[in-house]
Design a protein around this ligand. Structure first.
Ligand code: ADP
Ligand code: MG
Length: 534
């Protein structure tokens, strides 16, 4: 790009023709107000930032020289003016300041308008200016092109006195132009890269964390927020020490260049949720293989882990069931023999002996064993109609002795009408016994156990079992029915599983309300037998 050969005589003649007075000081038109100037500033933010960088360097090496640096936009508006304060003040008085606009119509021959018009570097020195008051000054302008759109962004300009004029100033501006345009291009490429990085970070379901060399967190995506329960706003630009469980891993990556792949990490989130992730981390290296940061990735495998655990429990349960079944058989066989013999011996004794009691007890043992077998194999269950209150009465009778030993008062609120349900009463008794036992165990120092029966709507009956024991927290309630979930030293954690299974078989519903240290209310809703209503 070369300075065009400007024919100043022709230009001056044109100015005269337009009616410009060479002896006047022209008043600027269209000067921007503060608000409009600010808008231009933000529109050209990157351009100005880059230009400013070079201008500052230049000005600091030109201390003491009366020189001003300026930037205009593509319309000739001066959007940046920097330099020697004294001459800045002088030209301010002539209206030259940020926001003013250079045009040929108003300012006659000027470097800014000409360089924009011809897309060329322009130097106008001393008497080459049309207006006489400018004959003491020298102006140099070079247009800047947007590296992407290839449109003119504006100009960069030097203004100085004739005494300090030099063709080198234009050469300097041209060098700056090259650097500025290259810098703008790089910025644009980085932006693109950033956008792409952001896209990848935000669309992946893997949690991603990035830190710089100093251990400052510079990337933290949505998935990472979700998995760790940490908020991006509070984490970003903080030290990796904030990453809790993951801190030591990232430290090792940064300090020892250690790499991790598929490390299974379990941790508890702030909200109490137990999480398991597969974790990868590795150092980010530059071209010289120097560590400039760390990248960590984590994949949420909590679900998979839970399923594995459930399967494991199911297997355990199956094993327990099988064992129960075989043990039960082993007990039942000799028992049958014993019963047969007692039956025989009984014949030889007269009425009033206690053999019937022994036989009753053996029958009960047999019954309990069959109940036990219910657990181990899904055998066919026979249903019959029975008043639910009768089932409860019979269960309470079984339970009474244990209750009084434990100082538990059983209060029944049954009402008078019959409530007939279709059920297998032996199975229902198992449910009630399990519930009574749980309540009693929740009240180790005794207390009141309320058993309430009510008709619910037209087709159902509600049985409530209410204790004033230690109660449960929400997450405990959630876990009820999970095999082997127990908080008791000698508990089996099978009670609720049996309860749920039996209630399900009876087309019933289970509803649990509980408050820690207050007590627990369990409500069972069962359908009334068809035709049982009167
Ligand atoms: P187990 O009684 O063998 O522990 P369950 O399935 O019957 O197994 O109960 C599981 C757990 O639920 C208990 O260990 C206890 O923590 C809790 N739980 C059940 N019922 C109650 C209750 N009425 N009050 C307080 N906690 C209870
Ligand atoms: Mg229990």
């Amino acid at each position: 790009m070369k300075n065009i050969d400007v024919c100043f005589e022709t230009l001056k003649a044109q100015c005269k023709e337009q009616g410009l007075d060479p002896l006047s000081i022209p008043a600027f038109k269209d000067t921007l107000d503060m608000y409009e100037l600010q808008k231009k500033h933000s529109k050209h933010e990157k351009f100005l930032k880059v230009v400013n960088h070079f201008f500052e360097k230049f000005l600091s090496s030109m201390k003491g020289v009366p020189i001003l640096t300026a930037t205009t936009d593509e319309e000739g508006y001066m959007i940046l003016l920097r330099g020697d304060e004294t001459i800045k003040n002088t030209i301010n008085q002539l209206g030259v300041k940020e926001g003013c606009r250079f045009t040929e119509e108003v300012n006659g021959i000027n470097a800014i308008s000409l360089s924009l018009k011809h897309n060329r570097p322009i130097a106008i020195v001393g008497s080459q200016h049309y207006h006489h008051f400018l004959h003491v000054s020298a102006c140099y302008s070079v247009p800047i092109t947007d590296p992407v759109t290839e449109k003119i962004l504006g100009t960069i300009t030097f203004m100085t006195s004739v005494d300090h004029s030099s063709p080198l100033l234009l050469t300097l501006l041209l060098t700056m132009k090259d650097s500025i345009e290259r810098e703008l291009q790089l910025l644009r490429q980085n932006e693109k890269l950033n956008i792409m990085n952001q896209l990848i970070m935000d669309t992946t379901r893997n949690g991603m964390m990035v830190s710089d060399k100093a251990g400052k967190i510079i990337g933290f995506n949505h998935a990472a927020e979700h998995i760790t329960g940490l908020k991006k706003e509070t984490i970003l630009f903080q030290c990796i020490n904030q990453l809790e469980t993951f801190t030591p891993y990232l430290k090792n990556v940064l300090e020892e260049e250690q790499q991790y792949t598929d490390v299974e990490i379990s941790f508890v989130r702030k909200d109490g949720q137990e999480m398991t992730v597969l974790f990868d981390a590795l150092p980010i290296l530059d071209e010289e293989q120097q560590t400039i940061g760390a990248l960590a990735q984590m994949k949420d495998i909590t679900r998979r882990k839970q399923t594995e655990q459930l399967l494991l429990n199911a297997e355990k349960l199956a094993a327990v069931g099988q064992m129960a079944a075989s043990v039960a058989h082993e007990i039942r066989n000799p028992l049958t023999t014993v019963r047969g013999f007692i039956q025989l011996v009984k014949e030889d004794f007269k009425e009033g002996s206690h053999f019937h009691l022994v036989l009753d007890e053996i029958d009960r043992i047999n019954f309990i064993i069959s109940e036990f077998l219910v657990l181990s194999k899904p055998n066919v269950v026979h249903f019959h109609t029975k008043d639910v209150k009768q089932v409860l009465d019979e269960t309470i009778a079984l339970f009474q002795a244990q209750a009084s030993m434990n100082n538990t008062q059983i209060a029944t609120e049954f009402g008078n009408n019959e409530l007939i349900i279709n059920c297998n009463d032996n199975q229902l008794k198992q449910v009630f016994i399990n519930l009574f036992k749980n309540s009693m165990e929740a009240m180790p120092f005794g207390g009141k156990l309320t058993i309430r029966v009510n008709q619910k709507g037209k087709q159902a009956v509600s049985i409530q079992i209410i204790d004033e024991g230690e109660g449960m927290r929400e997450e405990q309630i959630q876990r009820l029915g999970t095999p082997f979930y127990t908080t008791k030293e000698t508990g089996t954690g099978l009670g609720y599983m049996i309860i749920k299974r039996i209630i399900e078989q009876h087309d019933g519903m289970l509803d649990i309300h509980s408050k820690a240290n207050k007590g627990t209310a369990v409500e069972i809703t069962l359908p009334l037998a068809v035709g049982a209503l009167r």
